[in-house]
Design a protein around this ligand. Structure first.
Ligand SMILES: [Fe+2]
Ligand SMILES: [Fe+2]
Length: 474
């Protein structure tokens, strides 16, 4: 069980380490001022029907109730330690998992933790204005749930920095509260986390695509030989599932509503669809193209010596590492990556160790494709022939072998000019954003009501009805 009588709820026996406890209690007010400054706007007095973790057991781990978000009990929860756990890959394979940071990997590990930690507050910052134009109380509650849990994920990483990295760690923990998404002088570390999330369609796409990048990164870190990191990430994954659910069902509900309106009014062209106050399927495809391409950049370069080092040293594994049947060292393996040669995309086999980013990206794409297939079923069931599809992996990339090339969604290598001539067919333009935002000028807050552009969900949260008062504004 988690001890909520403590100032900082935790299951790591924080009270036994007074120095660490004081350091974190010192960071806590700085975190709160970050929340007031960069968290959901105008939300501080709302009472929100939120879940709060009460144990780290997979079943029944959360309780639901009304909480004012600034009073949410952010805390430090690690999956319990498995005393026999070994390192499962790389040159230290078979050794007991590390309970302390190996000196030679200290700075690499710190970098990994800071990079993961930086994404958590970034997404809260990106989403902070969306409560002002929510499509329902149900959705408003969901975005707030995502926000408080991303805040908790920051706590999870900051705990590791404070507990294991001394003064450097404390400085990094402060810097995590100082960077801001999209800030020209002090931006967040990774590109996709500096993009604006200006409307609810972008929010659902973000939680479907980008939170799922989080899932894959956390899964790879949950394999880490550094046991406290592995245990922290395991518990974060429990919370992450809901974020991706919000994204997938959000997009699905928009598709459903659009299709209903298209069928009812027998319209097909984007202009006619928009005139009825719902989002046309072409615009959905453009948003998908954008969020997919900026998110697969997050996995890094196709061939990366850093990725090889992380693996060989036992710091970051593969997705489902322990379920893969191979030698878990990969010294003699190869893996296919793609590169542009002249006007063709060619496959090249590279050492598997250097291709671990690409492999994780491919695992991610596999799961994403299944989600897109589920979206397409909604369209198909409505009897509409349009299908969403993932663009080619090389489309609109800024990192890796495709960066600097102009690849169409079909995977053709184009000239810059030819690509730009089509850009508006493939990516949303300012007028597309303006249209989407024109549907979201105010918020829908009557219990049980939903904005015209989105269908209600199938069921409410925690067995509550759809017309439940998920947020009280006071
Ligand atoms: Fe997170
Ligand atoms: Fe998340």
């Amino acid at each position: 069980m988690i001890d909520y009588t403590e100032k900082i709820p935790n299951n790591v026996d924080l009270g036994r380490d007074r120095v660490l406890q004081r350091a974190l209690e010192h960071w806590q007010p700085a975190y709160m001022s970050w929340w007031y400054d960069a968290g959901p706007t105008e939300s501080h007095n709302y009472e929100v029907y939120l879940r709060t973790a009460i144990t780290v057991e997979p079943d029944g781990w959360a309780k639901f109730g009304y909480v004012r978000m600034p009073e949410y009990r952010w805390g430090i929860f690690l999956q319990p330690r498995n005393a026999g756990r070994a390192i499962n890959f790389g040159t230290h394979r078979g050794d007991p998992a590390w309970q302390e940071v190996p000196g030679e990997y200290r700075s690499t590990l710190r970098r990994v933790i800071v990079t993961q930690g930086d994404t958590e507050p970034a997404s809260v910052e990106q989403q902070r204005m969306l409560g002002m134009c929510c499509p329902s109380l149900y959705d408003l509650r969901n975005i707030f749930q995502v926000n408080v849990e991303e805040g908790r994920h920051l706590w999870a990483m900051v705990y590791l920095l404070h507990r294991y990295f001394g003064r450097d760690g404390r400085e990094e923990a402060e810097a995590l509260l100082e960077r801001r998404s999209g800030d020209v002088d002090n931006p967040r570390i990774l590109g996709a986390f500096n993009e604006p999330t200006p409307d609810w369609l972008a929010f659902y796409m973000f939680t479907f695509f980008t939170d799922r990048d989080g899932k894959f990164q956390l899964s790879a870190l949950a394999e880490s030989g550094f046991d406290p990191l592995a245990r922290t990430c395991r518990f974060m994954l429990t919370e992450e599932a809901h974020h991706m659910f919000v994204g997938e069902t959000g997009v699905s509900r928009i598709l459903q509503r659009t299709c209903e309106v298209m069928r009812e009014h027998k319209v097909e062209t984007p202009g006619d669809v928009r005139a009825l106050g719902v989002i046309d399927l072409e615009t959905m495809q453009k948003y998908l193209n954008f969020h997919y391409s900026v998110t697969i950049d997050l996995f890094g370069s196709d061939a990366s010596s850093n990725a090889a080092t992380y693996y060989t040293t036992g710091l970051k594994g593969r997705y489902d590492e322990t379920k893969i049947a191979d030698d878990h060292v990969l010294a003699d393996e190869v893996y296919p990556v793609f590169e542009v040669v002249g006007n063709k995309i060619v496959e090249r086999k590279v050492p598997a160790l250097t291709a671990l980013n690409e492999r994780l990206r491919d695992d991610y794409i596999h799961e994403i494709q299944a989600g897109v297939d589920r979206w397409n079923r909604v369209i198909e069931n409505a009897g509409i022939s349009f299908r969403l599809r993932l663009p080619h992996k090389g489309f609109h990339r800024a990192i890796g072998n495709f960066a600097g090339h102009f690849i169409s969604p079909d995977g053709e290598v184009l000239t810059k000019e030819a690509w730009q001539n089509h850009e508006r067919d493939w990516l949303s333009a300012p007028e597309d954003h303006a249209f989407v935002q024109s549907l979201m000028t105010g918020r829908v807050v009557d219990p049980g009501k939903f904005a015209n552009w989105i269908a209600p969900p199938i069921r409410g949260i925690n067995g509550q009805p759809l017309n439940f008062e998920y947020v009280r504004f006071n």
